[in-house]
Design a protein around this ligand. Structure first.
Ligand code: NAP
Length: 272
């Protein structure tokens, strides 16, 4: 079996490539040497990327805000003989039609692939990326999530689940909601980070409009800022707090908790 890993230069795709090393024939897409160029918005890049692949790990780049944009790629994948499609979606996408992942899932399901939907909660690693500038400049986390909780998951666990789902039988036509072992508010996240880093980190809840304005000032495209706002609104209103045992059942162990993730990665914030 050969799998095409899209977004291999990104967080989940990169971690999946590491998890699958030596176990399966992989083709990685990205801009690094040894990878194949793939642009979901440029059909000229599809044939080379898909040639000889039986399976695809499909991620939606945050910049692409519509499921329809994936139609040409999915048609090309089907025509090229891909049967297995493992989709990196997001928690709640099966119900929330506002999320672009909802459209991506529907487009995949409409084409007769043996799909598996991975629907992770918020990544713990967002603290290194989305929240990086706030943590480095002001030692604060500032998002419109109120005191809602989120069942944060470690990207390493999302990748470990994706690897199992690819290598083991029995996961076709299944959707898995992947969470960490416990839901936390950003106040609790700030408290754990303060303890682990040995310096005060505070959480300042933001209003929605102010949050969108701040993201635009940082150059984040409006569509992307709106998707982020929709996800924080789900958290603020309690919809992100549910913990599932899907990751536990697939991995055969408890997924990593936020404190162990923060301790393992404390060097990241020590440098910022
Ligand atoms: N962050 C969260 O908490 C969270 C939670 C659940 C689900 N998700 C979902 O996970 C996905 C993001 O995964 P990630 O964090 O692993 O990604 P990421 O680290 O943001 O990386 C994005 C990847 O997309 C590639 N890319 C960008 N534009 C592309 C295009 N036009 N065609 C093909 N590839 C393109 C990039 O390649 P280059 O390096 O070449 O640009 C890169 O590899 C999103 O759909 C997000 O909604 C996120």
């Amino acid at each position: 079996m050969r799998i095409l890993i899209t977004g291999a230069s990104g967080r989940v795709g990169g971690a999946l490539a590491t998890a699958l090393q030596g176990q399966v024939d992989m083709r990685l897409t990205g801009r690094e040497p040894g990878t194949v160029a793939l642009d979901f918005l440029n059909p000229e890049t599809f044939a080379l990327a898909l040639a000889g692949c039986d399976a695809v790990f499909l991620m939606r780049p945050p910049q692409i805000a519509s499921g329809r944009a994936f139609r040409p790629f999915l048609d090309a994948a089907h025509a090229a003989g891909v049967r297995r499609m493992i989709v990196l979606s997001v928690k709640g996408a099966e119900r929330n039609i506002i999320l672009p992942h909802h459209g991506v899932e529907r487009e995949v399901m409409a084409r007769g692939f043996d799909w598996t939907m991975l629907r992770p909660a918020d990544f713990m690693q967002n603290l290194e990326t989305v929240h990086r500038s706030g943590l480095s400049a002001r030692s604060e986390i500032s998002v419109p999530a109120g005191d809602g909780r989120s069942a944060f998951i470690d990207v390493a666990d999302v990748a470990a689940v994706a690897a199992k789902v690819l290598l083991e039988p029995g996961h076709a036509k299944r959707g898995y909601t992947l969470t960490g072992p416990r839901a936390l508010s950003f106040q609790e996240v700030a408290e754990i980070l303060s303890e682990v880093l040995g310096r005060p980190i505070r959480y300042r809840p933001r209003g929605v409009l102010r949050f969108i304005r701040d993201r635009q000032a940082e150059g984040v495209p409006l569509g992307m800022a709106l998707v982020m706002t929709a996800l924080y609104t789900v958290q603020r209103t309690g919809g992100a707090a549910g913990v599932t045992d899907d990751a536990f059942r697939i991995l055969g162990r408890t997924p990593n908790d936020f404190r162990s993730y923060a301790q393992r990665n404390r060097h990241v914030w020590a440098q910022i």
